[in-house]
Design a protein around this ligand. Structure first.
Ligand code: SF4
Ligand code: SF4
Length: 84
């Protein structure tokens, strides 16, 4: 499953703490912009960056639900009722 973190740029100071605490290498501070940048597919949704950011400048979004061939969400299989 691919989680995604999202920067709330107006709140970010570029302190780099989020990149320091991410054990999965999913965040690195961009030297040009001084804002965190993401590594696609690396985030596992552990939420450590959210907890450690002193400015509430980052949020983590869960993976999108799986979609069917027509792009519609897949419903969980229903359990057939059994007659007693
Ligand atoms: S810890 Fe928060 S304020 Fe610091 S660089 Fe990361 S998102 Fe920005
Ligand atoms: S949720 Fe965890 S894995 Fe994802 S960017 Fe934040 S610290 Fe890294």
């Amino acid at each position: 499953m691919i989680w995604q973190w999202r920067l709330i740029q107006r709140e970010c100071t570029g302190c780099g703490i989020c990149g320091d605490v991410c054990d999965y290498g999913a965040i690195a501070l961009d030297r040009l912009t001084a804002y965190p940048e993401g590594v696609p597919g690396a985030c596992v949704g552990c939420m450590v960056c959210v907890q450690e950011c002193p400015f509430a400048a980052i949020e983590v979004l869960p993976p999108d639900p799986p979609t069917g061939s027509a792009g519609t969400p897949v419903r969980p299989a229903t359990v057939a009722s059994t007659k007693l």
